[in-house]
Structures are given as C-alpha cells and as structure tokens.
Design a binder for this molecule. Sequence first.
Ligand code: SAH
Length: 273
Amino acid sequence: MRTGTVYLVGAGPGDPDLLTVKARRLLDEADVVLYDALVSEAVRDLPPESVDCIDVGKRSGGERTTQAEINDLLIRRATAGDDVVRLKSGDPCVFGRGGEEAEELAAAGVPFEIVPGVTSAIAGPGLAGVPPTHRDHASSLTVVTGHEDPTKEDSALDWDALGRSVTAGGTLVILMGVGRLPDNVDALRAAGVGPDTPVAMVERASREDEFTVTGTLETITERAREVGIDPPAVTVVGDVVSVRDRVSEYLRAAGTARSTGGAMADDPAVPTE
Ligand code: SAH
C-alpha cells in the first residue's frame, strides 16, 4: 500500500487569511488533520466535512495527548495510506516541536514536508505596530521561551546575555511568557536592562479580540495584571516598541476591520505609555 505524506503545517497566529496558500490547499486535500490547542477555531473550521479532524491538544478527560501518542498517530495514519496535515499554530518549527516530529517521521521512514507558517514571534509584534527590527531602533532579534524558571541552575537561557543584547539595542521576543512574566522581567533587570525600556504584550494576535498593552520593564507586570493579559500572548522588549506610539492611531486590527468595517486596533480604555 502507498504510504501517505505527513505535512507539518503552520496555521499562523489565528486569522485564516494569514494561512499560506499551500496550507489552505492542504486543509482541503488532506485525509486527516491533527491540530494543536492553539490553532484558532476559525482555522479549525476550514477543512471540509469529509476530512477527519482530530484535536490532539486535549484528550476527552481534559489531558493533553502525549507527544509519543501524536508521533504514533502520525506514523500509523501515514503508513495506512493517509495524507496527514499536522497543523500547528504559527510556524511549525518555532517552539512547535516540528523538528522533533520531523525526526520521528524520518526515523520511521515516513515521507514528510514542512509547510512554514506566519509565526506569532514576528507577526504578533508587527500586527500591533511594533516592527521587530527597525533601522533606527533594532538590528537584531532574539526569540526565546519565557516558560523556563530563570533562576534555575541549569536554565537553557542565559538571561545576562539576553539582557546585554537588549541593552545593545536588540529586540527580545518572549513566547509562552505570561505566567513567568515577573520572573523574566526580574532576570532582565538583574542583567542591567534599564527600567524605562519599553515593553509590549500582544494577546491573541490577529484574532477578533487581539489586545495590546504597553509599558516599561518597570511597569509591565502591573499593567498586564491590571488589564488581565492571558495566554496566548507575545511579549516584546526593546526600543522598537516606541514605534507603536507613532503609528497606532492609524493601525487597524485585521480581525476587527473585517468584522466591524474598520474599528481601531487600540482599545481606548487601555492607556498606552
Ligand atoms: N509555533 C508557534 C509558537 C508556539 S508556542 C508560533 O510560531 O507562533 C506558544 C506561544 O506562542 C504562546 O504562548 C504565545 O506566546 C505565542 N502565540 C501563539 N499564537 C499567538 C497569538 N495569536 N497571539 C499571541 N501570541 C501567540
């Protein structure tokens, strides 16, 4: 029997208009789609009824499907002849375990393809009027996970080095950083990053209820708490955040523009720095 192909596909940050043309086509052509918890409802709804759609973000009991179970399912379905779309939020290879799944598929002899997606690490700030790089503000960009405990001895992240790159004018983007925001802010402050360094958090970028809060390294923890920032959100630290002040008046959020005919991106109730 013919072995199917597994497509490791990026779903983008949520707005289905930000899917690649290839991702959109594969969602129509797949035999089965396995999607993660962070893939938006709007994207989940796209495949036709005939496509078998499986939520591997949660099990019926509310638990996550384990990575081993996902690997097993990918290999089993492809070996049975199905073309499988493994749909991940953003880009499949940016904090999405796309690399791990590719290794498993290769080890099992299953043909696969990587279909890159629009990552929240870059699109999240951009959608909120914060360009990750800018000739006047930042010539480097670092993307990290905020999920680790920065005080842990064997932390994979060197916060002193990250702090130096921000002090030198680089942009730092933190994914999975809502829960540990205070710890990560402390780690940057301890690394000597100035308290006035601008910070923005963009929650649910590109979705109908996209929401941005800005502050400084000194104020962002309190600001995020005040407005109730919840995951998924991307945090961006650096001078580029100041660009938002100059553009936000004219910036329309994609989601709201579509549903209301062009509401402003900013919630006027939320003070910006
Ligand atoms: N592969 C994904 C990242 C997965 S890790 C990508 O490339 O975007 C999960 C983290 O991604 C979340 O904790 C959050 O920090 C970020 N994220 C994903 N979708 C987001 C969105 N629509 N808005 C803001 N952050 C998002």
